[in-house]
Each structure stands twice: as C-alpha cells, then as structure tokens.
Design a protein around this ligand. Structure first.
Ligand code: SF4
Ligand code: MG
Length: 333
C-alpha cells in the first residue's frame, strides 16, 4: 500500500532557559531524528513510556509545534513548502483526538454546535453545518434528538469522546491522530469506542495513528506498531510479528511489564525497571543501555541503527538482535 504520510529525520529539542539572562542552558531531546511512514488505510500504533516523545511526534505532525528539522510528505506533497500542501490544508485533512475530552469541547456550547464549528469557520452555512453535525451524531452512535443540544457537562466520558470524534469527522479528514484517545475511559466503554473507531475507519477510508501507553489496546487496533524510547524509534513492524517475536530488548521488557493473563506463564524477559533516563542528557550509544539486561561494551560506544535482519518490514535498533531466534545474540561478521 502507498504511504499517506512520510516523515524523514523529524527532530525537536526543547530549549530550557535558566539564569538571569534566560540563556538556553540545556535541551530536552524530545524527538531526535525519527523517520517512518503511515500507509493508506492502516492504523500505525505508537507506544512507549511517558516522556518517550510519542505525543510530541503527534504535535509536530500537526505543526502545533514547529520541528527543528525533518521533512513531512502528505500524500506525495511536502507539507508547508513551496509547491507542496499548506499547513492549513494538511490540518484539515489530518485531525487529532486527544485524551482530555472535557477541556477540548467548549463548555458553553451545545455539542452539535461544537461539531459544526470547524465547517462554519471554513465557510459552510450555519444551518447546513448543524444538519451535518446531527448526521455525524448518528454516525458516532448518539441520537441527535437526545444529545445534539446537550452541553459537555451533561455527557459521560465516552459520550464526550464520541463528540470529539464527530468533531474530527466534520472536517472530512483522511487521517486521524488519536493521542491516548480512549485512555481515560472505563474498559467496557473503551471497547465500544475502539469498535466505533474501527467501523468508521472502514466506512470512511480513514488512516489512523494511534498513540497509547496501553500495549494491549494498541495490539488490538493497529496494523503496524512503532516503539519509541527517549525520542527515538527502537522497533517498528507488523503488530502480529512485533508482539509475537519482539526484536528489541526494550519492546520485550515492555511486553513483560504487562500483567500476565496466565499467571503460570513463564517470563523470559524481566519487566522494564526504574524510570527512563533524563532526555536532557540521554545515554551515549544505545539509549537503552542503562536499563538493558543484554548490554555489552559496544552498546554504550555506538548507537545502533534501525535494521531489518532479514525482514525489511520489521526493524529494530539493537546491536544484538538475532531475528531467527527471538533471543539476544551478538551478530558477528
Ligand atoms: Fe541492549 Fe545493546 Fe541492544 Fe541497546 S544495543 S538494546 S543496550 S543489547
Ligand atoms: Mg502523552
């Protein structure tokens, strides 16, 4: 399948200012030169611990913050460049749904007006936009006669997330970036919203980037998964392959950190322990070497590149990966 979105070398370091002159005293290397593609019609999951840069990636893609470097191609057009697609048009075609459903809706506006707001701002007549908003309420499983005139405080968390999804759909997007979009919901409500997202994706030919700390949810919804650690991509591949035979020790540790479904299940990898190092001054070489049970001398000396090891759809950045066994083993040349 063709890529809908491609990024090359995306980078954002946030300056930290200190002292009486407010000089830049340090930089948080939030996203440190990452490259990936999202194919038309797929869901790309992005996982990692908090602070790994996954939300910053979303904000960079939307240009809510400006990248320091990186090239972004949307459906063949360079974003924000001469002869390419404008940031404004990209932002219409790529919508975002966040976790915090309460604060993203205007508390003083009936929800159908919130859904109609974007199209009205783009020139759609009020009556037409409200009509469309009411159709979208049906699409997200809410009766417009019951819910259209309600205010956000009169809705449950799941209903508010349905409104946010409708608000995104009102812009007729091609892609939706979901950043912890179901993370605040109860498990049963979460499952309903995930099912809704899957149905909408099929009906409307959407492409998703699904960002979450919840590995189980990401596995369920994603076609491919990208694992981030301290601003870098450490592994990317088809969801089935990545969960069945993770290649990067960090991915294996993350998977081992999940509560086991079967308590007798033997763990081959220790769960990830402690907190990630400070992204202001990440470890040299492989950034995971301070927490990696398989680290050797080369790991702190050289940064591993994302490499395929025989399967170019499934990549990991580890000096020790051996794709055939799923166990760590030094590659010797
Ligand atoms: Fe561990 Fe070394 Fe692989 Fe990094 S490169 S994940 S430290 S084995
Ligand atoms: Mg986040």
């Amino acid at each position: 399948r063709q890529p809908l979105l491609t990024v090359q070398g995306l980078k954002k370091h946030f300056p930290i200012r200190g002292g009486i002159f407010g000089r830049v005293s340090a930089r948080v290397r939030a996203v440190d030169g990452i490259s990936f593609a999202v194919r038309k019609g797929e869901t790309l999951g992005i996982v990692g611990e908090s602070g790994c840069g996954k939300s910053t990636v979303a904000r960079l893609l939307m240009r809510l913050i400006m990248p320091d470097a990186g090239e972004q191609i949307f459906d063949g057009d360079a974003v924000g460049e001469r002869g390419g697609i404008s940031v404004a048009e990209m932002r219409r075609q790529v919508q975002m749904v966040f976790q915090d459903s309460a604060s993203s809706l205007n508390p003083r506006m009936p929800v159908q007006n919130s859904i109609a707001f974007g199209p009205i701002a783009l020139g759609t007549r009020q009556a037409e936009a409200i009509g469309m908003a009411r159709e979208l309420l049906v699409k997200v499983g809410l009766n417009p006669a019951l819910f259209g005139g309600r205010y956000p405080h009169e809705l449950s968390g799941g209903q508010k997330q349905r409104i946010n999804i409708a608000r995104a759909l009102a812009m007729k997007p091609r892609m939706i970036i979901l950043d912890e979009a179901v993370s605040a919901l109860d498990k049963s409500v979460e499952a309903q919203v995930l099912n809704l997202l899957q149905a909408l994706k099929r009906d409307l030919n959407l492409t998703y980037i699904f960002i979450s700390h919840d590995l189980g949810v990401v596995r369920w919804i994603s076609d491919r998964v990208m694992v981030m650690y301290l601003g870098e991509v450490v592994e990317i591949g088809p969801a089935d392959a990545l969960y069945a035979s993770p290649r990067h020790p960090y991915t294996r540790a993350l998977l081992a950190s999940r509560p086991a479904l079967d308590p007798d299940q033997r763990r081959e990898e220790a769960p990830v322990s402690g907190d990630p190092p400070n992204p202001i001054n990440p470890p040299a070489g492989c950034r995971f070497h301070t927490r990696c049970p398989h680290a050797e001398a080369v790991c702190s000396a050289r940064a591993p590149m994302l490499s395929a090891g025989g399967d170019d759809a499934h990549l990991a950045a580890c000096h020790m990966q051996d794709p055939s066994s799923g166990h760590s083993q030094a590659l010797r040349h």
